[in-house]
Design a protein around this ligand. Structure first.
Ligand SMILES: C[S@@+](CC[C@H](N)C(=O)[O-])C[C@H]1O[C@@H](n2cnc3c(N)ncnc32)[C@H](O)[C@@H]1O
Length: 207
């Protein structure tokens, strides 16, 4: 998210009640972004997640979205919903012990799988990836889990200043972008379009 430009643009396009999860690991820059979110009247729509993006996305998948899915399904009682209570360990230990979840869902791994399969954990409409290039593929895989079918992931810098067209790129960032371009081209989970504006923006629609 950096100092807030793209997060402000995205938050302005949110539907009523929508939330933008803004991920960055740099406190100095996110402090600046928060100031501008406030000035733009968007503080209430943007949730800052400070930390490495991989951990943040995994956290979103495990905690927040799982929680929403469980609540919606009526599989969890309201009283347990304080932040942090829904770690996987507690799903297995405390919730089961207290009989607050239905037994059948509690086999190892099945809960998340079932919620994902049924689209209950897939609450995100749009993802925008514009962080460290070598992390893009990891963020893509996690975003794909978070996204509902029909949702879209945007990737910035997919032309990487034209360096992806060089026959033997030797820097890690170009190699990472080049290999992700090739992966996306063959990936049947998405339909893609690379828009040649700026440094190249790829749009990937989850099928
Ligand atoms: C190009 S800037 C993003 C610009 C932003 N899209 C905008 O328009 O304002 C890249 C940002 O990614 C962040 N970043 C880099 N690696 C990261 C990581 N592993 N986890 C989280 N954020 C990371 C940097 O701190 C930086 O703010």
């Amino acid at each position: 998210m950096f100092t807030g430009y793209s997060s402000i643009c995205l938050a302005r396009g949110l539907n009523e009640g929508g939330t933008l999860y803004a991920c960055d690991r740099n406190k100095e820059w996110t402090d600046i972004a928060q100031k501008y979110w406030h000035r733009a009247g968007l503080s209430g729509k943007i949730e800052l997640r400070l930390g490495p993006a991989e951990e943040t996305l995994k956290g979103l998948l495990k905690e927040g979205l799982l929680k929403e899915g469980l609540l919606k399904e009526g599989l969890l009682k309201e009283g347990l919903l304080k932040e942090g209570l829904l770690k996987e360990r507690l799903l297995k230990e405390r919730l089961l012990k207290e009989g607050l979840l239905k037994e059948g869902l509690l086999k190892e791994g099945l809960l998340k799988e079932r919620l994902l399969k049924e689209g209950l954990a897939s609450k995100i409409d749009l993802g925008f990836i514009d962080a460290d290039k070598t992390g893009y593929d990891i963020y893509y895989e996690l975003m794909l889990e978070l996204l509902h079918p029909g949702g879209v992931i945007l990737f910035d810098n997919m032309l990487h200043q034209g360096m992806v067209t060089e026959p033997d790129p030797d820097d890690l960032d170009t190699l990472a972008i080049d290999s992700l371009n090739k992966k996306l081209h063959k990936d049947r989970r998405v339909e893609i379009c690379l828009v040649p504006i700026g440094d190249g923006v790829t749009m990937a629609l989850k099928v």
